[in-house]
Design a protein around this ligand. Structure first.
Ligand SMILES: [Zn+2]
Length: 163
């Protein structure tokens, strides 16, 4: 398999995880960590459910990976996530010493890998994470836009019922 095929394979798994978030009313974002072509951790966005502003998919996966590896450094791992990481998640990835991050859809409002701000290429960092963006970007972003469209429709319907 080529690197692109490998990346697409894992991104498809991340999309499955994003659906788990969507099923419980969370913004559909899924993430997983791979080491030596093995899945070592997975997570999905659960901020609302957990009353936890830091419970982004990437953080959930990083925390689980730390437990799996019994190490706070996640060396030689690749994180796959359906949406470009935010500043918090990009920071957590640098602290984790992951080798590479692969994301799907760009996020122009909060993306910290170049779309809103580029944390990953900030001068003077003590660790650099290799970034690959746009893997299965269309699938990833259409899942998000379908979710937001559905939520807008639900809100309109609620308003209509209140009036
Ligand atoms: Zn985040």
């Amino acid at each position: 398999m080529t690197q692109i095929e490998i990346d697409e394979y894992w991104m498809k798994q991340a999309l499955e995880l994003a659906l788990k978030a969507q099923d419980v009313g969370e913004i559909p974002v899924g993430a997983l960590l791979v080491k030596d072509n093995q899945l070592i951790a997975s997570g999905w966005n659960r901020s609302i459910l957990d009353h936890n502003p830091t419970a982004h998919a990437e953080i959930m996966a990083l925390q689980q990976a730390g437990q799996t590896l019994s190490n706070y450094r996640l060396l030689d791992t690749t994180l796959y996530v359906t949406l470009e990481p935010c500043i918090m998640c990009a920071g957590a990835m640098i602290h984790s010493r992951i080798r590479r991050v692969v994301y799907g859809a760009k996020d122009f409002k909060t993306g910290a890998c170049g779309s809103y701000i580029n944390i990953m290429e900030q001068a003077g960092l003590n660790h650099y994470v290799e970034v690959t963006g746009g893997v299965l970007a269309e699938e990833c972003s259409s899942m998000l836009s379908a979710f937001f469209k559905m939520r807008r429709t639900q809100k309109k319907e609620q308003k209509r019922q209140q009036n």
